[in-house]
Design a protein around this ligand. Structure first.
Ligand SMILES: Cc1cc2nc3c(=O)[nH]c(=O)nc-3n(C[C@H](O)[C@H](O)[C@H](O)COP(=O)(O)OP(=O)(O)OC[C@H]3O[C@@H](n4cnc5c(N)ncnc54)[C@H](O)[C@@H]3O)c2cc1C
Length: 130
């Protein structure tokens, strides 16, 4: 059974860019729905290098990647974004001016709203040639 969530903006990718977009859009009074194929927010920062120090974040001479994600989530909490994690957006369609993002979840969750894709790729395990 298809379930439809309606929102102002759908953000594809719960990574640094998508998370901070929730803040900027929240300041403009827009509600956000964040979808990510991974089971936790953070994108490359949490999936690939959570402990690595980052030196190029304004205001932080040094911050671990996972701490940056924790702080971004704390920063957007006043805007109460909805997270749909563990599901991949497989299609984005314009239905008479309403954008709909369909996900890979079994019940085919759909999220209506303006879709914004953040991040360039998703993570998928690959077998080695060995
Ligand atoms: C080892 C390493 C070290 C790095 N160190 C630094 C550093 O020190 N400083 C720095 O500035 N940058 C660094 N980077 C680069 C930095 O990680 C990226 O620039 C940053 O993560 C990009 O953030 P993003 O929000 O664009 O999305 P990403 O982190 O790329 O995440 C994209 C997200 O979108 C999700 N997604 C994509 N498509 C879909 C879909 N169809 N449906 C659902 N979800 C989807 C993915 O699952 C993922 O969570 C490093 C990268 C690596 C690999």
């Amino acid at each position: 059974m298809s379930q439809i969530h309606t929102t102002d903006v759908t953000i594809i990718g719960a990574a640094p860019v998508g998370l901070f977009s929730v803040f900027e859009l929240g300041m403009l009074g827009m509600r956000c729905h964040v979808v990510d194929v991974l089971d936790e927010p953070g994108g490359q920062c949490t999936a690939l290098y959570p402990e690595k120090p980052i030196y190029d974040i304004p205001g932080f001479p040094e911050i671990a990647a996972n701490e940056l994600i924790d702080r971004l989530i704390e920063q957007i909490s006043p805007f109460h974004p909805t997270f749909n994690l563990g599901q991949q957006v497989i299609a984005v369609n314009d239905r008479n001016g309403r954008w709909t993002a369909s996900t890979s979840k079994e019940d085919d969750d759909r999220v209506d709203g303006n879709s914004h894709r953040r991040g360039r790729w998703r993570f998928r395990p690959q077998s080695t040639a060995a």
